[in-house]
Design a protein around this ligand. Structure first.
Ligand SMILES: Nc1ncnc2c1ncn2[C@@H]1O[C@H](COP(=O)(O)OP(=O)(O)OP(=O)(O)O)[C@@H](O)[C@H]1O
Length: 504
């Protein structure tokens, strides 16, 4: 059974070294997390699985790793300077600041209903209520106060300001002179690096439509209220594809990608039955989107929240970043661009005339993926002897440690030397991390490896080295299976093949 509460996951992650609070020894920095020894392995394995499926196993994809700090013109013409903002309100009593929709969502149902009534909005349609609050800021401030909206920090009814937009991009100065023009932004999504490199990739690979560019990397959003562990952070990582296709084929590709992405989540142990597909209502679509499917995973404690967005971005992005906009028959409504020096077109596959392609974008968060994968793998079992064990039933390709090799006696050279040789051999298979584990007694080692999801523990004992009771067991080891708890005696000479077959 998956995790039932976020607390269980937070506690496991800290206890076993998956995730730590960022800058913890100085009191922590809200919205920033550090990935520990096992967290970095799990994260790398998730990213590798995504890259394998979306780049290596397809013939219509290229990879990219663009820089994080971008020219301000990129984020101006992408629309982020003007629109990448969330409405916020302050409580004048204590100066606390909240994202408007989060504040209202966290209120009791009767308070929420009262806000809706005062705004003349439908209480059943949360998005419409938030839109009404945004559109009428003076009335909104009064409604929040009159409805008795409480400050989550103080628990008291707040003295709320009017909602106003807060741009979530991190700005930074570039170079030694901090004048008005020497600034750039930390990218709020990896996508823009793909659009600005479109021509470079096309020219250097000779790609024709349809094809995609995939990228995994950090993105930064100065979230007003970062919360729920790694679900909403200010420094995040994204796995994004921009799939370029001929206008008119976009809707078909959108469906294709929805299906592909659901399949991929399933292969990571996140079943379809736990993901709701939200066909985002027109009024909630981002400025660039014609249609978006949000994949809403059922997170413990949080309920259904977005794990991935799959958007039809039309020709908005390339149309916004291209020069000579007037000549290209761009369909999206774009602002004039007199700064770009590149024409972002590709030959139409049928007419050969230059066309600005449409874009389908599957965009998944690595941190949210990690939380979902951990949540699904988390299992509490009661064993036959009545004791409880926690086990992470991660898919083997995601497990941070693939095999732990345990010498039964850590100061008997004849045992440790065999264990070390086995570790070296298994490590050489290139399956991922193999750990030489001599940190404690065997029972504790098994418990620890259950909790971190190690699929197999290999134990080297006295029988292995011909000093046990059964001479038939010489040159064999015990392999313990994480999920079944079964133990099997395997010949050392056959161990690599045995492990490789099961971890493939
Ligand atoms: N602050 C964040 N922390 C962690 N992951 C995030 C964050 N913002 C976005 N993501 C991830 O990046 C993906 C694509 O970003 P997108 O802009 O579509 O998110 P969003 O719609 O702004 O998310 P939300 O509505 O939850 O703020 C999301 O599906 C999510 O997995």
């Amino acid at each position: 059974m998956p995790a039932t509460s976020m607390e269980e996951l937070v506690s496991l992650c800290k206890r076993r070294g998956f995730i730590f609070q960022g800058s913890e020894i100085y009191g922590g920095l809200q919205g920033f997390y550090d990935y520990g020894p096992l967290g970095v392995e799990l994260k790398n394995n998730i990213k590798a699985a995504w890259w394998r499926t979306n780049v290596y196993e397809r013939d219509d994809m290229e990879g990219l790793d663009a820089s994080i700090i971008m020219h301000r013109m990129v984020l101006r013409h992408s629309g982020h300077e003007a629109t990448f903002s969330d409405p916020m309100v302050d409580n004048k009593k204590n100066g606390k600041r909240y994202r408007l929709d989060h504040l209202v969502k966290d209120q009791k149902a009767d308070v929420q209903a009262k806000v809706a009534e005062l705004m003349g909005a439908d209480p059943e349609n949360f998005a419409a209520l938030v839109a009404a609050l945004n559109a009428n800021s003076a009335q909104a401030s009064q409604a929040l106060k009159d409805a008795g909206v409480r400050d989550p920090f103080s628990g008291e009814v707040g003295d709320w300001t009017e909602p106003r937009p807060f741009n979530m991009m991190f700005k930074t100065t570039i170079g030694p002179v901090a004048d008005d023009d020497s600034y750039g932004y930390l990218r709020p999504e990896t996508a823009q690096g793909i659009f600005t490199n479109f021509k470079n990739v096309v020219d250097s690979t000779s790609r024709r439509l349809p094809f995609g560019i995939a990228q995994i990397g950090k993105a930064f959003r100065n979230e007003i209220t970062p919360r729920n562990f790694i679900f909403r952070v200010r420094e995040l990582e994204q796995m994004e594809i921009e799939f370029f296709c001929t206008p008119g084929t976009d809707e078909e590709w959108h469906e294709h990608w929805l299906e592909q992405r659901l399949k991929w989540w399933e292969a990571q142990g996140v079943p379809r039955s736990k993901i709701e597909i939200l066909d985002v209502p027109k009024e909630d679509l981002a400025h660039y989107s014609k249609r978006t499917y949000d994949l809403m995973y059922d997170y413990p404690t949080l309920g259904h929240e977005e794990i991935e967005g799959i958007a039809n971005r039309t020709d908005f992005d390339l149309g916004s970043h291209t020069k000579a906009q007037g000549e290209l028959g761009i369909q999206a409504r774009v602002d004039e661009n007199l700064d770009s020096v590149a024409k972002l077109t590709i030959p139409h596959p049928e007419t050969n005339k230059p066309v600005v392609p449409f874009v389908i974008e599957p965009s998944a968060g690595v941190d949210r993926a990690m939380l979902a994968v951990l949540s699904e793998a988390f299992t509490k079992e009661t064993l036959e002897n009545g004791s409880e064990r926690i086990v992470l039933k991660l898919r083997p390709h995601l497990a941070p440690i693939k095999v732990a090799v345990i010498p039964l006696a850590r100061n008997r050279e004849e045992i440790t030397s065999v264990a070390r040789a086995i570790k070296a051999e298994l490590q050489g298979l290139g399956l991922g991390r193999v750990l030489y584990e001599d940190s404690g007694n065997i029972g504790k080692a098994y418990r620890r490896h259950d909790e971190v999801g190690t699929p197999f523990c290999v134990t080297v004992d006295f029988d292995t080295v011909g000093k046990g009771e059964d001479p038939n067991l010489t040159d064999t080891v015990t392999v313990r299976d994480r999920d079944t708890l079964g133990q099997e005696r395997v010949k050392i000479s056959e161990l690599s093949g045995w492990i490789r077959e099961r971890l493939r």
